[in-house]
Design a protein around this ligand. Structure first.
Ligand code: PLP
Length: 388
């Protein structure tokens, strides 16, 4: 096999990503392997996607078994088994129905449409620090002025209000206009911020009173990342819809909207669709990924490792003056710095640890959920070194 020239091939890709570092050619467990054979401990995991790490036998067997059926894509014109089984698996934990799509942004766009159809209203309320995707409605609900500005006007009727502000929420969420309220129970891109339970409870009550759909965007914090299947399980609040993506297909593109029965009953054939959504190949693999994550022992292991990681990062934060605070849940953590985070991320990469930013001053740590305690210790030691 000849290795293509990196420079010439990279030039053909649209320049919307600032790609850095080595050319990765393989992965094993929690490590990425570069062209020159160097190994990088990966606490990015494809941005919270690769829950089972690289080259996991569960994933490999799932892919092989799915291919053996000969069915990759059939179309939603017909019934296939894997999507039905995956939907049944997901609704064991959230009573309702499932719409499959291909990404997190698409899941949120779908959820907004479902909320409009069900409520007969139009407006959407989102929160400061939010990230819900890059399409026209999901971007309208995303609090990143630099991402939004070049593409305005975005979807009308979307308000972003301060996170945690009950008065602002009471003013913004109305019986007349609000179709949906969307929130990440643990904000990801906005700086790894767990939202206070009391605020989620307040939103639940407000949505019930005004007839708005409460959407929990668990694209990043869901599916085991925080140590429970849904992050919301730790809050005592049940939303009307969940949106999921990232780890769902084990690295294959897949998103989903979980709708409660009331909202699902408002949707009819033709209301929404996508060609690839929930195809038999991706759904079959996702079923094995979801089953692996849902195993109580697997989730208990995530919680135990998360507890250790949280303790280690909190200790690091008190030891290193450059770190203001450690925040997180399970295996989703952020280190808020007193400075710009990108140079620290680069310095960690030089030492073969991959972490990423979440906003300008936060280092985000989202390793594979299969990461070992020894790997966590190694990663924290490298971070400690670069922050010294
Ligand atoms: N919602 C959340 C909470 C996310 O973190 C992301 C991506 O980072 C998205 C939605 C968008 O997902 P995608 O990039 O698959 O469209």
């Amino acid at each position: 096999m000849t290795t293509p020239s990196v420079a010439s091939d990279a030039g053909a890709l649209l320049g919307v990503y600032a790609r850095v570092g080595p050319l990765f050619v393989a992965g094993e467990g929690s490590e990425l392997i570069a062209e020159d054979g160097a190994r990088y401990l990966d606490f990015v995991a494809g941005i919270a996607v690769n829950a089972l790490g690289y080259n996991n036998p569960i994933f490999r067997e799932a892919v092989t078994r799915a291919l053996d059926t000969g069915l990759v894509h059939v179309s939603n014109l017909y019934r296939t088994e894997p999507g039905e089984r995956l939907a049944a698996e997901l609704t064991k934990r959230f009573a309702g129905q499932v719409f499959f799509c291909n990404s997190g942004a698409e899941a949120n766009e779908g959820a907004f449409k479902f909320a409009r159809k069900w409520s007969g209203k139009t407006d959407i309320v989102a929160f400061s620090g939010s990230f819900h995707g890059r399409l026209f409605a999901s971007l309208a609900a995303t609090d990143r002025p630099d991402y939004r500005r070049p593409f305005e006007p975005l979807l009308a009727g979307v308000q972003i209000i301060p996170l945690g502000d009950e008065e602002a929420a009471t003013r913004a969420i109305t019986r007349e206009r609000t179709a949906a309220v969307i929130i990440e129970p643990v904000q990801g891109e906005g700086g790894v911020r767990p939202v206070a339970n009391e605020f989620l409870m307040f939103l639940r009550k407000l949505c019930d009173e005004t007839g708005a759909a409460l959407i929990f965007d668990e694209v990043q914090c869901g599916l085991g990342r925080t140590g429970t299947m849904f992050a919301a399980e730790q809050t005592g609040v049940v939303p009307d819809m969940y949106t999921l993506a990232k780890p769902l297909g084990g690295g294959l593109p897949m998103g989903a909207v979980l709708l409660n029965d009331t909202i699902a009953a408002a949707l009819a054939p033709g209301d929404h669709a996508t060609t690839f959504g929930g195809g038999p190949f991706v759904a079959s693999v996702a079923l094995d990924v979801v089953s692996a994550i849902a195993d109580p022992d697997f989730l208990a292991d995530v919680r135990a490792k998360g507890e250790w990681l949280g303790g280690a990062l909190t200790a690091l934060a008190s030891r290193r003056a450059r770190v203001r605070e450690a925040r997180g849940r399970g295996l989703m953590w952020g280190l808020e710095l007193n400075e710009i985070a990108a140079p620290i991320v680069a310095a960690a990469r030089e030492r073969h640890l991959l972490v990423l930013t979440a906003g300008p001053t936060v280092i985000r740590i989202v390793p594979p959920l299969t990461v070992t305690r020894e790997e966590l210790e190694r990663g924290v030691a490298i971070l400690d070194e670069v922050l010294a």
